[in-house]
Design a protein around this ligand. Structure first.
Ligand code: FES
Ligand code: FES
Length: 192
């Protein structure tokens, strides 16, 4: 067949747009901030959009949608992931935690308190992603150096605060958590 030959096959009419893109829905079951959520989603729905639009957890921010800025970071089974790079169906059966899970009945999480006290945010757009990035980091590295903190935050872009106060906040939060855990060990030892 040459390029000038007419197409030998009869043209089939394209399906209507709605039919072409009707990919169906899939049931998913996610433990979201400690609560089981059953839902149906289109396979192309991003986890970030599921969280913000379906679950109304708008603390997860979306900046670049390309995995660059880190604003959309959440925890999936305890690991920090970019929710703009993951489909909601991929979270089926997983434990997902967003920034809304941090504050409890006792008040703010020590990281949130430290950010507040160290003036580690201005507009706050990057903050949820930074906090969720830091949670597993501090769990694995409870007494980080400044260089380690800066490296941990290298995938989170903040356009307005500057990183000096953020690093100070992380150092303060780590010290607070270490002190609290020392005190709780002392209390356990003296009460035993
Ligand atoms: S919105 Fe996901 S990394 Fe920027
Ligand atoms: S506080 Fe504004 S982008 Fe980080």
């Amino acid at each position: 067949m040459t390029l000038r030959d007419p197409d030998p096959a009869p043209a089939t009419l394209a399906s209507p747009r709605s039919a072409r893109y009707n990919l169906g829905v899939h049931p998913i079951s996610v433990t979201l901030n400690g609560r089981r959520v059953d839902h149906t989603v289109e396979p192309r729905l991003l986890l970030s959009d599921f969280l913000r639009h379906d679950a109304c957890l708008t603390g997860t921010h979306v900046g670049c949608e390309h995995g660059v800025c880190g604003a959309c970071t959440v925890l999936v089974d305890g690991e920090a992931v970019r929710s703009c790079l993951m489909f909601a169906v991929q979270a089926d059966g997983c434990r997902v935690e967003t920034v809304e899970s941090l504050a409890g009945e006792d008040g703010l999480h020590p990281l949130q308190t430290a950010f507040h006290e160290a003036h580690a945010l201005q507009c706050g757009f990057c903050t949820p992603g930074i906090l969720m990035t830091l949670l597993p980091f501090l769990r694995e590295n409870p007494a980080p150096s400044e260089d380690e903190i800066r490296e941990a935050l290298s995938g989170n872009l903040c356009r307005c605060t500057g990183y000096a106060n953020i690093v100070s906040a992380v150092t303060a939060a780590a010290a607070h958590v270490a002190k609290a855990s020392r005190e709780s060990r002392t209390t356990l030892a003296t009460s035993g």
